[in-house]
Design a binder for this molecule. Structure first.
Ligand code: C5P
Length: 361
């Protein structure tokens, strides 16, 4: 079986997960703001998501390269700079680096879908619907990693999904919108065109978030398998260099050139960029690295619990900072999320939050 985690490992796990909670809470608010408010009142076009997706990968590549170089220099303290560079090159373009091509393509797709979703849905609906990835992640962990989940943990997962849905209900249920829709239909006027557009946009956003949930579960579990299968031979940061390197191609060719090439020629690559956009990009790049740490030192399911917990944090933060009134539904939902987190982790095991691999693994 898996060795018991010592206090040091538990501390590392918790630190990674707490960093993810903070990063996720801030990111969703900033990202939504950047897509919906940053160009309000100005004639500048809204920034292109494809350019942001590309820049995030460039920054992650740079940071991962630095971290991978540091790992290599620690392992070979006597080597000089050219020797270290050669070692770094060898480890990045090792025989099995091609294994990162598929996850790189899938993550790039996922990161673009997230932009489609967040531009078409309100922040809460997006954040909550995206939690479907909790279930896809568990399913792929069972299929690809042979993980087992106890009944208590299944119950916790069901509670978690219901809890986040409840936080959503009062957040996104726009009664006025529905009243207007109904009145208009009853009067034989059909659905007002402004509402049809809003409805279509919402539908598009929901489809995007569902597709992103599917790729999230599959890709994160695949990455976890790769890192944990070969933790000894290839370092995490080298894997991340490979991941970002292969992501540059789809992000550049499909996103920037094919999808938005014309708009970039017309308005420029950095059209609509401002401090909030750069903050979004920086938060996403750092977030990617935190996700990689959580996958490695904890696991994907724990990573998703941390992300769900960030919903509770955002909810509490918006109540305190923006004085949003507390709603019975949302507060109940938040309490259920907390209960689910407790239930999932409270088992008589020395490794809370970690699911054991099968004995054969
Ligand atoms: O929502 P989810 O947890 O699936 O998001 C994963 C995010 O983390 C993606 O944006 C992906 O690009 C990033 N990531 C990363 N490096 C990894 C794993 C994920 O940058 N090793």
């Amino acid at each position: 079986g898996a060795p018991a985690a010592g206090p040091w490992q538990l501390a590392v796990q918790r630190t990674c997960l707490i960093m993810l909670v903070v990063q996720n809470s801030v990111l969703v608010m900033v990202m939504h703001y950047s897509r919906n408010n940053s160009s309000a009142g100005s004639s500048e076009p809204i920034y292109l998501a494809s350019t942001a997706v590309l820049l995030v990968e460039v920054i992650k590549l740079f940071l991962s390269l630095l971290l991978a170089a540091r790992d290599i220099s620690l392992a070979h303290p006597r080597s000089n700079a050219p020797e270290l560079a050669a070692k770094l090159y060898q480890s990045v373009f090792s025989a099995d680096s091609w294994k990162l091509i598929v996850p790189a393509a899938l993550y790039t797709l996922q990161n673009s879908l997230v932009y489609v979703a967040i531009s078409n849905l309100d922040a809460i609906t997006f954040q909550v619907t995206y939690q479907i990835k909790i279930l896809t992640t568990v399913l792929f962990s069972i299929i690809l990693l042979g993980r087992r989940i106890s009944w208590r943990q299944w119950l916790a997962l069901v509670l978690l999904t219901s809890g986040v849905a409840m936080v959503q209900v009062s957040g996104s249920l726009d009664l006025e919108d529905w009243k207007e829709r109904l009145t208009s239909l009853l009067q034989g006027g059909g659905v007002p065109s402004a509402l049809t557009t809003a409805g279509f946009s919402r539908f598009k956003g929901l489809l995007a978030v569902l597709a992103a949930s599917l790729t999230s579960g599959l890709t994160c579990v695949y990455f976890e398998k790769l890192v944990k299968d070969s933790l000894s031979s290839v370092s995490l940061w080298t894997r991340n260099v490979q991941l970002s390197f292969f992501s540059l191609f789809p992000a550049l060719l499909i996103g920037v050139l094919w999808q938005d090439g014309a708009a970039i020629c017309r308005d420029g690559f950095f059209a609509g960029y401002g401090p909030i956009v750069w903050l979004t990009i920086a938060l996403q790049a750092v977030g990617g690295l935190i996700v990689a740490l959580c996958i490695t030192y904890a696991d994907n399911v724990a990573k998703n619990f941390a992300a769900s917990f960030s919903i509770v944090v955002s909810y509490a933060a918006s109540a305190i900072i923006f004085k949003t009134p507390l709603m019975l539904h949302s507060t109940g939902g938040a309490a259920i999320v907390l209960l689910a987190i407790y239930l999932f982790n409270s088992r008589p095991s020395p490794r809370p939050a970690l699911l054991p691999l099968r004995e054969s693994e």
